[in-house]
Design a protein around this ligand. Structure first.
Ligand code: GDP
Length: 175
């Protein structure tokens, strides 16, 4: 059975792009099974030799209609069965949204990602602070943080895996 890694977050934060970036980096896609518009897309890959299913949920939001509600239910069901949740925000934008806070409360060990970090560069870049600050900056456009994200996934799923002398990412809590 592959590990189940569920990628969650609001619409347009870049979940699909991140899944593609991970799989492109690994060059190891096994299959890509598109669901219905509001369902998840499941991509099977290998990370550090371990079979991993990346489950790209449709945007999880407070249901506004029946279709959204069905999609939300499926997304929640995926989340409930996840070995690891990757919670994606567009850097500086979504972290205070109700759904984000709720998912984080239900999945406190979620790997928090601030995507589109390329948009935060230069004058006027927003600094992130506080306990809710995502742990990892990524950009599926520049590729920044993708290798770290893959390492982070492997580390969370297989914590005993790193070899002696190998660098491993720590969260402040783990340190
Ligand atoms: P999803 O709805 O969360 O799956 O988001 P998508 O992956 O479809 O991305 C939404 C939009 O954001 C698309 O136009 C992407 O090209 C763009 N996008 C995704 N990741 C990045 C990123 O890291 N940087 C920038 N600048 N744009 C991004």
């Amino acid at each position: 059975m592959p590990w189940r890694v569920v990628v969650a977050g609001a619409p347009n934060v870049g979940k699909s792009s991140l899944v593609n970036a991970i799989v492109g980096y690994q060059r190891s896609i096994v299959y890509d099974r598109p669901g219905t518009t509001r369902d998840a897309v499941v991509v099977e890959t290998a990370i550090d030799g371990w079979p991993v299913q990346l489950i790209d949920t449709a945007g999880i939001r407070a249901a506004t209609d029946a279709i959204e509600a069905a999609g939300g239910e499926r997304a929640r069901s995926h989340l409930a069965h996840a070995d690891l949740v990757i919670l994606v925000a567009e850097a500086g934008r979504n972290e205070s949204e109700e759904e984000y806070v709720k998912i984080l409360a239900e999945h406190p060990h979620a790997l928090r990602v601030a995507n589109k970090c390329d948009l935060r560069r230069g004058p006027g870049a927003i600094g992130l602070g506080g306990q809710q600050a995502p742990l990892l900056d990524t950009s599926s456009v520049t590729g920044e943080g993708i290798a770290s994200l893959i390492e982070g996934i492997a580390w969370r799923l297989v914590p005993e895996a790193p070899l002696v002398g190998e660098a491993v990412p720590f969260t402040e809590r783990q340190a």
